[in-house]
Design a protein around this ligand. Structure first.
Ligand SMILES: CC(C)(COP(=O)(O)OP(=O)(O)OC[C@H]1O[C@@H](n2cnc3c(N)ncnc32)[C@H](O)[C@@H]1OP(=O)(O)O)[C@@H](O)C(=O)NCCC(=O)NCCS
Length: 206
């Protein structure tokens, strides 16, 4: 089997957006927004082009992952630059076969080589814990707009440079580019083949 991970090129854009749509469809809400989020983020100054990856198996696109620069507003007044990540997606037929972990670990290593100190985002510890992520609260980092005592177990962190956050406590900020207008996402989605939106158990949003 021929498995490669390479940077995304402009020629891949539409196919990658379609892959993201397939991977996220009806997972977190009826339909999904993530293919539009990716579409928008590529033009964001915070988007890290060197860390925009696709995975191919036998020449066929099967996965993708991206990173965006953001920061922690530290309690001592510093602004600590970190990365956030995602969407990351694997084509539905090949989920849970180890490809996501391979792509994740490869892209984290590339982020480390570029000198980024930590990655924080919202995710499932069941998947990301296997690649060294822990709850961000254990690093003293809080999620924006979350009251004390609210469930923050979705908010994860991994230091790329060990100890990089040892003297940092503060509030993580989600980059503005992730907040897309659902109406714009709907218009964008209409340019893809029709797919049925379903309300399913386990979805996080309506
Ligand atoms: C999440 C996703 C990228 C993971 O990729 P994958 O190829 O399916 O996952 P892998 O097979 O590499 O899984 C690696 C490990 O994490 C675990 N894992 C994977 N997905 C999981 C999930 N949703 N919940 C809990 N554990 C999970 C697996 O059990 C596996 O460990 P094991 O094989 O030792 O038991 C992929 O399933 C996907 O595209 N999902 C839909 C989109 C999505 O949710 N993206 C992430 C948003 S934060």
């Amino acid at each position: 089997m021929d498995l490669i991970i390479r940077n995304e090129t402009e020629r891949d854009f539409r196919a990658v957006e379609n892959l993201v749509r397939e991977a996220f469809w009806n997972v977190y809400r009826p339909g999904c927004l993530e293919h539009y989020v990716l579409h928008v983020l590529r033009d964001d100054p915070a988007f890290v082009k060197e860390l925009d990856f696709v995975m191919e198996r036998n020449g066929e696109l099967i996965g993708q992952n991206i990173f965006v620069k953001t920061h922690i507003d530290a309690d001592d007044g510093r602004r600590v630059e970190v990365l956030t990540m995602g969407p990351i997606g694997i084509t539905p037929a090949l989920k849970r076969q180890g490809y996501g972990k391979k792509l994740l670990d490869y892209s984290l290593e590339k982020a480390r080589e570029m000198g980024f100190c930590a990655v924080l985002f919202e995710g499932n510890i069941g998947f990301y814990g296997k690649s060294g992520f822990d709850y961000a609260r254990n690093f003293g980092i809080r999620y924006h707009d979350l009251e004390a005592g609210e469930d923050d177990s979705f908010f994860l962190c991994k230091e790329l440079i060990p100890g990089a956050l040892s003297d940092v406590t503060g509030v993580y900020q989600t980059p503005a580019g992730y907040y897309v207008d659902p109406d714009d996402a709907e218009l964008f989605d209409a340019t893809f083949p029709k797919k049925e939106k379903l309300k399913l158990p386990g979805q996080l949003f309506d």
